[in-house]
Design a protein around this ligand. Sequence first.
Ligand SMILES: Cc1cc2nc3c(=O)[nH]c(=O)nc-3n(C[C@H](O)[C@H](O)[C@H](O)COP(=O)(O)O)c2cc1C
Length: 214
Amino acid sequence: MSKLNVADLRRNYTKGGLLEEDMPDNPVRLFESWVKQAVDSEALEPNAMTLATVKPLGQPNVRNVLLKGINEESIQFFTNYASTKAMELDSNPSVSVAFWWPELERQVRIFGVAEKLSDDQNEEYFKSRPRNSQIGAWASDQSSPIENRVELEKKFREIETKFEGKEIPKPDDWGGYAIQIEEIEFWQGRPGRLHDRIHCNKINGQWKIQRLQP
Ligand SMILES: Cc1cc2nc3c(=O)[nH]c(=O)nc-3n(C[C@H](O)[C@H](O)[C@H](O)COP(=O)(O)O)c2cc1C
């Protein structure tokens, strides 16, 4: 194996800072503006987030999903309700999420509890998806094994034919979650590893804001 010296890879962060006085009353507003700045920075997938769930025996399980909505109290994503992550959320709805925007030298971590969205919310978002993604939602029993790629493409074509010329309905097992935000932490890279970390904890509806050492 060729020798790759990852230990010597390091970058000095100089793009910005985050002070306590920059925090709005609701820290989720700052999160929203950081997402907007990530979009404006032309990051490749500015709304990609690493989502950790908990397996039945307590081990963590992470994967990336796409952020699809933000409101005052929650963030939303969509998936398959029969997938591994959904099974894990059925038994333990606690989640942790991380965003990393290298272009802005920023990280955000969110801790919270995931709740299924309503049928109306799921229908509304499903309707807005490109047709190919709608067909894909029918064709994929997400997280279940399949014999090979050919079988998967065959399923896709069968669904395509079945719904030809018709609107594609939302599959029953497809939908979203709202993660009710309990904690949110902002990280801004700074020179000399003296990064800014502002941790916000929602206690009885009030945000407690603390600076943490980097
Ligand atoms: C950038 C990126 C975005 C993704 N977005 C989603 C998403 O929004 N929803 C989803 O179900 N899977 C998404 N995936 C696939 C998941 O990472 C994962 O493979 C899939 O959801 C199955 O996870 P599970 O078996 O833990 O349920 C995305 C993958 C990547 C790399």
